[in-house]
Ligand binder design. Sequence first.
Ligand code: ACM
Length: 257
Amino acid sequence: MFRIGIIQNSPRFLKVKENILDAFSLMEKSRADLWVLPEFFATGYNFKTRKEVSSVAEPISGGMTCGLLSSWAKKNNCAVAAGLPEKSGSRIYNSAILITPSSLHVYRKTHLFGDEKKFFSPGNTGFWVKPFKNVKIGVMICFDWFFPESARTLALKGAQIIAHPANLVLPWAPDGMKIRSLENRVFAATANRVGNERGLRYIGSSQVTTPRGEVVFRLGANKAGMSVATIDEKLALQKNINKKNNLFKDRRPKFYA
Ligand code: ACM
């Protein structure tokens, strides 16, 4: 069994350290093997200028956010997936890190949404999967969900859990992610934020979904909070749909190009 915790926060715009400490106080309420935090959980999202983004973008190596999350992961023997604006040379990426007590991996958002295209370079890491406590975890960020190829690629690479940091403003992802889970037979953990920020309203509704398309829990639309789901991660290795159909073996890729 494996415990997935979700943080649904309401970050104060550009108050990075305060937002990280607030997230830790929510995480202290329970224990999890994997914590998933929202996209840009510590900075806020609705940037108006590149200067604003640049003022809070951090390098992965030596950056405050990754440093604090790494210490948390070591102290609690857990993994953490969380989104941040990543500074890399002259570029800024919309990134999410997967941190374990002994490793740090970076995913850069593949499908940029709306005004993100003004400030961020398109992701160049591609999708990957990493093991923690014998469970394979992949990461995608928010709008990536709209492209079924994101979750499918992660599933084909062996993901049992898709960690999905998000700042959702459109209404469809909570129900859409039930289908992403079902059609790939994986668990998905969507961590969204709440609140209004310079005219954008975020829809909350953070959730964990199962390979059967069920919702283990869904948080409310307006309130910050946290919840933990205990899952049987082995369910995600079972790709048979019935006695005669297998999700991966029955694919016909030559017709998909
Ligand atoms: C989004 O990708 N933040 C909607």
